[in-house]
Design a protein around this ligand. Sequence first.
Ligand code: XMP
Length: 511
Amino acid sequence: MLLVINLGSQLAHLIARRVRDLGVYSEIVPYDISAEKIKALKPKGIILSGGPSSVYEKNAPLIDNEIFNLGIPVLGICYGLQLIGKAFGKVENYQIKEYGKTSLKLKKNGKLLEKLSKDEQVWMSHGDAITNLDKDFEVLASTNSCKLAAIENHKKNIYGLQFHPEVVHTLKGTEIFRNFLFRICKAKKDFNISDMKEKLIKEIKETVGNNEVLMATSGGVDSTVAAVLVHHAIGRKLHCIFIDHGLIRKNEKEEVDAKYRKYFKFENYYSVDASAIFLKKLECISDPEEKRKIIGHTFIEVFEKHAKQLEKKHPKIKFLGQGTIYPDRIESAQPSKQASKIKSHHNLTLPEKMNLKVIEPLKDLYKDGVRKLGKELDIPKEILNRHPFPGPGLAIRILGDITKEKLEIVREADNIFIEELKKSGYYDKTWQALAALLPIKTVGVMGDARTYEYIITLRAVTSVDAMTADWAKLPDKLLGMISNRIVNEVKGVNRVVYDITQKPPATIEYE
Ligand code: XMP
């Protein structure tokens, strides 16, 4: 196992994933972890991630320097290297800031840069520089503006890079990680999905024993993989509820029902139509946050009611299964807890007071790991490659108040958009695509008649993690055809626009 000390959230995730991609299990820990605790975890190596701070800033995340005395190999990346500099030399604010692609000139390969050539493209980002370092450190490589771009110290087992090996623009990044993991740390390949599946199934069986498990599914990737995994482990002892809140896509309920009942063959699957309750509560509500809150609370109410009924009938239900994945729960390891709240919670946390013990079998996996596990479990590709769909569903794609008429319009427009993206092969090339209804009417002409109808806005984005996104450059011809189909086939729409805004400053959803 390899530990990644988190000094800048997203970067730490990227590093942890690169390590797992090479077959070594990695975990992210917060920067204030003590050396003693690390020792107890017995990692093969430690990586100090990059981060946005400067080591001399007030409140800059600092680590327990005893970490350097554990005899465990340490690799510092960017800000992580500055911490090494702070412990064993001097770091100064550097006047020339360097960002982006840079040429790295190697003096020697050492262990860390084995198999790299004399000149390599790397991705740099720094504002500080180490100006002095203990003599037993060797300088392996430099860039034009950074003398100590790669260093190593065999005696202390400490290594450092000023550039980012975890980003794709560092062309030999994987090679560098391989050197660190296998040459320096002597790590073993202990992370593969097939073993992981067997291990998780065994764990679920042991934890649940003779008891039974309750789960809610949305039909999305995470909850489906979690439910199918639990079903593999305990079969009919799993009770799985799908709640239709009336804000889902065209034919979604039928499709989810068919998958769970016929394809996955769940013995105890319950499909609950709660749409009337949700739509009643959402009547005349226009504020996005209020919509989210109402949907969240109502979801919990409906779930609790059905859970209670089930628990009465099946008193052995003692566990609540959830599809939480690693990034959902690693927030606690973020160096900054001050990130501003842009939209209220994305994932519903089901009631803590339910007196059920929570099991979260996917809690250590990233999304790509979840997809791989899903493949091992024979979950069809169309589920595993589904675009994300928000919990509050179409409610946040109808700007302003929600009516049955508007729901129908968005549902039909969305269906046409997605259908055409799938036919043209663009569905798999985009991260997410959606149709939203703008609650204003404009004048148009159809045949000889004047029309006065709503606008549909289409949004398709490319992204890696939804934190940032770019609008997808869909071909004009495809957009034209989709627009024609929507205006011709969806009653109540006479105009279609395509959103060409990046995130930031916009978000992916409209509310
Ligand atoms: P934004 O709109 O914040 O969305 O750029 C980023 C990603 O999160 C999804 N999203 C949600 N998912 N409940 C969810 O389960 C929500 O309330 C919610 N809001 C946004 C969005 O679809 C995108 O993938």
